[in-house]
Design a protein around this ligand. Structure first.
Ligand code: CO
Length: 134
């Protein structure tokens, strides 16, 4: 059911510093900063030949990544995103398999303007999984 790896997301305490590290030391192509107030994050996309890395910094009160950064002050891998053809079919199959969908189970529009869902890390070996309809 899952297809390509769309991106790996890394939570960072300082987005400008992290973007500079990827541009400088790692020599990567990094997008401009994008504010995503609906998701409580500021984000840049690191473009790699085969996938993307998203660097996420908390934005506003109650950001969903603030607790993660409190536990991992220097940052860390936050989630992986797999592409699916049909997000509602994927959700229904996962529910049948006993996986927990985070939130109310309805897809939200993600950072790339496409519908996304998040799956509970306890059901996937401690990794938060995002599904994006490609
Ligand atoms: Co993501």
């Amino acid at each position: 059911m899952i297809g390509r790896l769309n991106h790996v997301a890394i939570a960072v305490p300082d987005l400008d510093a992290a973007a500079a590290t990827y541009r400088g030391a790692l020599g990567a192509t990094v997008s401009d900063v994008q504010d995503e107030p609906d998701h409580g994050v500021r984000v840049v996309f690191v473009e790699l030949p085969n996938t993307k890395i998203e660097l996420l910094e908390p934005m506003g009160e109650g950001s969903p990544i603030q607790a993660f950064l409190d536990k991992n002050p220097s940052g860390g891998m936050h989630h992986v995103c797999y592409e699916v053809d049909d997000i509602l079919a994927a959700r229904d199959r996962l529910k049948q398999e006993g996986a927990r969908i985070i939130g109310n189970g309805e897809p939200k529009i993600g950072a790339h303007g496409k519908p996304v869902l998040f799956l509970h890390p306890k059901d996937f070996n401690g990794t938060l999984v995002e599904l994006e309809q490609a």
